[in-house]
Ligand binder design. Structure first.
Ligand code: UDP
Ligand code: MG
Length: 338
């Protein structure tokens, strides 16, 4: 194997056939300009388009491109985790494969790293070419997370960032399932800063994050970093108790005064029962979300299964996984929530 790389760039790939060639070209141009040895780690998260062949081709052309093929789709966050597990650089950059994150920004990230920062976020100052719905839900999501979680996750940052080796090692040691890497990076601490950039339009293909996956991702973020949803039950319970206590004298007075205004009839009772059941089921859902995630942890399954690794000039086939962890935002994830 050639020189140990100083910079590792990790890109998760799920059906990105139209982007890989350009991604390689732009990343290699930027990294070559630094004069440092580097590697580009492409994690194939169970793509079923031409991405696997293109990745093989890129690796053949340039052995600095290392390829990890998953046995199936294990989800974006697990793909990124695998990339970090395999990365050997002193600095590791996470980047999307669809070129929404311009590789040229890596130079600014490296500059901050050389100044001594250990985590350098790329902060989305502007988002181009994304739907009104995506922009607003994302904005709302980051603000909600910021409010209710215990860690200070910087607003409007995605996974596009640079991390020092020390940070990567700390993150790799955290094998929790249902990963929300942005939160985990804030959680570990170290000297962190941000660099603003303009998030571009997707170069080719469609988003791999449909609404269903976005909701799952948001739930992972919330349950992973906050107990707030569990705690709101106490407020709901106090409110209902208060209504009940106030209702007793009101009903009694109405009865004794012989008022015409009585709380009678099945309809009223039925509506109240339905409303109460709905509240209760909602809280069951919240508890279920936490319980399902406890179950994920208890089973101790690996986070991903590797089918093949292409590195150096030799190609290694392997069945085992380098470190255990889940199928968090995977496609074929079995339904474990009620
Ligand atoms: N991705 C992945 N596995 C998945 C979904 C997405 O590896 O199950 C990759 C995808 O190929 C891309 C990155 O994660 O490189 C971000 O996905 P996408 O661009 O679809 O998300 P968006 O930018 O629309 O939020
Ligand atoms: Mg994208």
């Amino acid at each position: 194997m050639s020189q140990k790389p100083v910079i590792s760039v990790v890109a998760p790939v799920y059906n990105e056939e139209g982007n890989l060639e350009l991604l390689y070209r732009r990343v290699s141009e930027v990294l070559d300009s630094t004069g440092e040895p580097w590697e580009l780690i492409l994690v194939n998260d169970g793509s079923y388009d031409r991405s696997p062949e293109i990745m093989r081709e890129l690796h053949k052309r340039d052995p600095r491109v290392r390829v990890i093929h998953f046995a199936r789709n294990f989800g974006h966050q697990n793909a990124v985790t695998a990339g970090m597990d395999y990365a050997r650089g002193d600095a590791v950059v996470l980047i999307d494969a669809d070129l929404q994150d311009p590789p040229e920004v890596i130079l600014q990230l490296l500059e901050k790293w050389r100044e001594g920062y250990q985590v350098v976020y790329a902060v989305r100052a502007e988002r181009k070419g994304e739907s009104w719905f995506k922009r607003w839900t994302a904005k709302l999501f980051y603000r909600l997370i910021y409010r209710i979680t215990d860690v200070n996750i910087p607003l409007d940052t995605g996974d596009f960032r640079l991390m020092d080796r020390q940070v990567v090692d700390a993150l790799s040691a955290m094998r929790e399932h249902n990963r929300f890497i942005r939160g985990m990076t804030s959680w570990v601490g170290f000297r962190q800063t941000g660099v603003p950039y303009v998030r571009q339009e997707r170069h080719a293909g469609q988003t791999k994050y449909p609404l269903r996956k976005m909701i799952r991702f948001a739930l992972d973020a919330i349950t992973g970093f906050s107990y707030f949803p569990l705690q709101i039950t106490i407020y709901a319970s106090l409110l209902l108790a208060l209504i009940a206590i106030l209702a007793v004298p009101v009903v009694a007075v109405l009865r004794l005064s012989g008022s015409q205004l009585q709380f009678e009839g099945q309809a009223t009772t039925l509506i109240v029962v339905l409303l109460m059941s709905s509240f209760q089921l909602f809280f069951f859902f919240i508890m279920g979300q936490y319980i399902a995630r406890i179950y994920d942890e208890v089973r101790q399954r690996p986070l991903y299964v590797v089918a093949e690794v292409l590195e150096g000039s030799d190609e290694t086939s392997t069945q085992e996984t380098p470190a255990p962890t889940s199928d968090a935002d995977a496609d074929e994830r079995p339904q474990t929530t009620p």
